[in-house]
Write a protein that binds this ligand. Structure first.
Ligand code: HEM
Length: 125
């Protein structure tokens, strides 16, 4: 098994992750029903996001914190949802990759999810 090395690896990671997310009983409906995500737009955004976080590219422009605070005004987003997000993220990484960047991806996912939930709790209303 390889580490996460390039854009192609990021695309495999993100595609496999959202394959799980879409059909997940705990968080799938937020993407499918609440946000009615257009995957043709969302997936490339997420390739850029993770490439920016993990491979030091500068391709992502956006404000994930604001996006999720807004989303949390439309639907409950709590610890249970973020725990499931992280569980699927970690499982996807373990299925495909092994190495330092893979470990970093898991750590960054955990940190960002924690910060996001914290912000949601504080800025919701
Ligand atoms: C339960 C947890 C989460 C849910 C339900 C969720 C759901 C969503 C949804 C519905 C969108 C909007 C898609 C659209 O454009 O229509 C989105 C965007 C995004 N999410 Fe999440 N998300 C979660 C956690 C996370 C975490 C932990 C991260 C980062 C580690 C993340 C990163 C992003 C990014 C970068 C975007 C794009 C924001 C932008 O357009 O600027 N999400 N998310």
């Amino acid at each position: 098994m390889n580490d996460i090395r390039n854009r192609e690896d990021i695309e495999l990671l993100v595609n496999s992750f959202y394959d799980k997310v879409r059909v997940d009983n705990t968080i799938g409906y937020i993407f499918n029903n609440v946000a009615a995500v257009d995957w043709i737009i969302h997936l490339p955004k997420m390739y850029s996001f993770w490439e920016t976080v993990l491979l030091d590219k500068r391709s992502f422009k956006g404000n994930p914190m604001v996006a999720h605070i807004q989303l949390s005004r439309k639907t409950e987003m709590n610890q249970t949802h973020f725990d499931k997000w992280l569980k699927l993220w970690n499982a996807t990484i373990d299925e495909h990759f092994k190495g330092n960047i893979a470990k970093e991806a898991q750590q960054r996912g955990k940190n960002i999810a924690g910060l996001m939930l914290h912000k949601i709790k504080n800025y919701k209303n």
